[in-house]
Design a binder for this molecule. Structure first.
Ligand SMILES: [Zn+2]
Length: 676
């Protein structure tokens, strides 16, 4: 079948800026044409034509932005960055366009509005809300300032991310004496050896990318090496550590905070946290703080117990380990987990080869939602390891497609994510444009002739991102502004992703999605039992860590006071939050915040709490499957039609209630986490 996909192989840095410029010029022209051609605005005369050209711009820039993340080069980065001010300027142009705002207002007030469907009405309501948030009601000089701030913020967040990437790549450590690597699993050693060979070095090379960093922190007996690598990682892009001052984000962060605060106040909010929740499910900042503090209070004593247990345990391994440091926690944690459950990630890895897991994932969504997923060959992509799949529903209708890019490699941004390549929308001629997603992970690629073997965490990550992908691909909403993940409040957008993670722990699912890569034997029952018991190992400490990040982010934006000397403000807030809620102590050189890309380089500012908020929703949604059967088709169908297909067309609280039959409750999350 014919896909209308980006031709990645033809994206050349030298053409990028001019093509984006041209697309933006066209967008502006269409807006002006639309506004001058009529004074009676309808969906068809106002929303549709503008949506059409915006979609063209989106489809042009999405693959550029994606390639900059996954196959970056200096030329591509430069070309990509040259577009950011243009896009930001266009965003401001639209957001500050008074006649356009007035046209939307007129449409909202018209008789025609009442004839529109729910999704179309929501698009118009959201547009009016966003117009107000983009300062349309401001006086001219304030509007000008708004534009300056937006442009500068976009530059600063890009600089922030670049510093983190550069700092991550600037540090490597080459070990030539194998004795120094005792404890490290073979898979990590092989990967480190391959990395060294790539750079014509002997021995083993370690970097700060997760697949290299985590095994060192988790398994290396060599405490000095752990400390060295931890120090480099925890001081990236800061004034501390081995590259102190070289990629320092300190000034960027403070300028970002100042500008966000000024922006929020321009719009009539007291602070940026208030502005953040204006578009979220939460209705007041105090509601967010209370939600986080409730969870923290319920988790803290168990967290203290868990740490005490770890501390006692460490002493049994090494009598001198009386004062556990940050670089000891994962190491002794893994040993304790092995002792308690005698199971390690490395023992599990052979049971989770890539082919079993990917096929298993597809089988899970087949059983739940009736989907059939098939691979397409001969698709133009950005790298030879990337695969492409079509998703068909139970009536054999094509619903969407996705690229799957699983392995870590140089010049690829770390972490895992789903992104929008093409969104679902109804075209002017009535045809439906089907959605396409990018699913990106950073797992170990196959080494030494073995298939890629995943840790269970990586399996969970894959399911998580696939959940986002389903939200994007299964939507039945044709108004693009609220189809898929568009228009879904940030604190609800993690519902489908965290929801899907649950099947990674279900015996019924693991039975067919695991299989030893040599023997094909599924995960033995005793290993499964131990793995399930291990699932909530140190769950309160993990919960507290996430709450620490969330509270730091939210309070930092909530309590900012521009009239004070804020030189140490960010560090102080983090220290205060840690003092109150953390059970472990961070070393004084720790500059975690300098690499906290979600809130300084991405869109999670005063919104990191969304993960926990959505966890409450996803745990509670899954509990209906626990009650009625984990592969219950009726419940699967209800989740599909009430949540996944609806996108952002209705308030998430309404959609949740329609699926669950009641308001969300915090109990399922605490129970699933083993915290009572
Ligand atoms: Zn997510």
């Amino acid at each position: 079948m014919a896909h209308s996909l980006p031709v990645f192989s033809e994206i050349l840095p030298k053409n990028i800026k001019s093509s984006v410029e041209q697309a933006i010029t066209n967008c502006k022209k269409v807006i002006e044409d639309v506004l001058s051609s009529t004074s009676e605005y309808t969906w068809q005369t106002l929303v549709e034509p503008i949506d059409e050209v915006d979609d063209t711009l989106g489809k042009l820039f999405s693959p550029i932005s994606h390639m900059n993340s996954v196959v970056s080069s200096d030329e591509l980065r430069e070309a990509y960055e040259s577009c950011l001010p243009l896009l930001s300027e266009y965003g401001t142009f639209v957001g500050q366009h008074k006649p356009l705002y007035q046209a939307y207002q007129q449409l909202a007030d018209s008789e025609h509005y009442n004839t529109l469907n729910i999704a179309q009405k929501k698009v118009i309501d959201n547009a009016l809300r966003d117009f107000k948030l983009s300062g349309i009601a401001l006086a001219d000089d304030q509007q000008k300032r708004y534009g300056e701030i937006s442009t500068r913020l976009s530059e600063l967040s890009s600089q922030f991310s670049n510093n983190v990437l550069d700092a991550t790549q600037a540090f490597t450590i080459n070990i030539t004496n194998e004795d120094e690597l005792s404890g490290l699993p073979e898979s990590a050693k092989e990967a480190a050896k391959a990395l060294a060979a790539e750079q014509n070095l002997s021995g083993w090379l370690f970097t700060l990318d997760f697949p290299s960093y985590l095994p060192v922190m988790t398994y290396c007996d060599n405490r000095e090496l752990r400390e060295k690598v931890y120090t480099a990682f925890a001081t990236r892009a800061s004034d501390q550590g081995p590259n102190a001052g070289e990629f320092d984000n300190s000034e960027n962060m403070l300028e970002i905070l100042n500008l966000r605060h000024e922006l929020a106040q321009l719009l009539g909010f007291n602070n940026y946290a208030e502005k953040s929740i204006e578009t979220k499910m939460a209705s007041q900042t105090s509601q967010v703080i209370q939600f986080l503090e409730d969870l923290a209070a319920k988790s803290k004593s168990q967290g203290e117990t868990e740490l005490a247990e770890l501390t006692e345990f460490a002493k049994t391994i090494d009598a001198s380990a009386t004062d556990l440091q940050a670089w000891d926690l994962a190491y002794y944690g893994e040993k304790l987990k092995q002792e308690k459950y005698s199971i390690s990630d490395e023992e599990l890895r052979p049971y989770f080869p890539e082919n079993k897991i990917v096929a298993g994932l597809f089988q899970v969504v087949h059983k739940l939602f009736g989907l059939t997923i098939t691979e397409c060959s001969d698709i133009d992509t950005w790298h030879k390891d990337v695969k492409f799949y079509d998703v068909f529903d139970s009536n054999n209708n094509l619903r969407g497609s996705f690229y799957l890019d699983l392995y870590a490699r140089a010049k690829k941004r770390g972490g895992a994510w789903m992104d929008d390549c093409i969104g679902r929308r109804e075209l002017a001629n009535g045809d439906i444009q089907l959605p396409v997603a990018y699913l990106t992970c950073n797992f170990n690629k196959p080494v030494g002739g073995k298939p890629a073997l995943f840790t269970h965490d990586e399996v969970v990550t894959l399911f998580h991102e696939f959940g986002h992908g389903l939200h994007h691909m299964l939507t039945q909403i044709n108004a693009s502004g609220v189809s898929g993940i568009n228009g879904v409040p940030w604190d609800a957008v993690e519902l489908p992703s965290q929801f899907l993670e649950n099947w990674c722990y279900e015996p019924e699912a693991l039975a067919f999605m695991s299989g030893h890569y040599e023997t094909g034997e599924p995960l033995p029952k005793e290993m499964l039992d131990k793995m399930l018991a291990a699932k909530n190992f140190q769950s309160a400490m993990q919960m507290l860590r996430q709450l620490e990040f969330s509270l730091f982010d939210f309070k930092m934006h909530l309590n900012f006071d521009a009239s004070k000397d804020n030189t140490n403000y960010i560090q102080n807030i983090l220290d205060e939050v840690r003092a109150e809620y953390s059970v472990t102590k961070a070393p004084s050189f720790n500059r975690f915040q300098h690499g906290f890309g979600h809130i300084f380089g991405g869109g999670y500012a005063a919104g990191y709490y969304s993960y926990k908020w959505a966890e409450v929703l996803s745990a509670d949604a899954f509990s209906r499957f626990e009650e009625e059967g984990v592969f219950n088709q009726q419940v699967g169908h209800d989740f599909l039609t009430n949540i996944l297909e609806k996108g952002g067309s209705q308030e998430p609280s309404e959609l949740f209630k329609a699926f669950r039959g009641r308001e969300p409750s915090i109990d399922a999350l605490l129970r699933h986490s083993g915290i009572l």
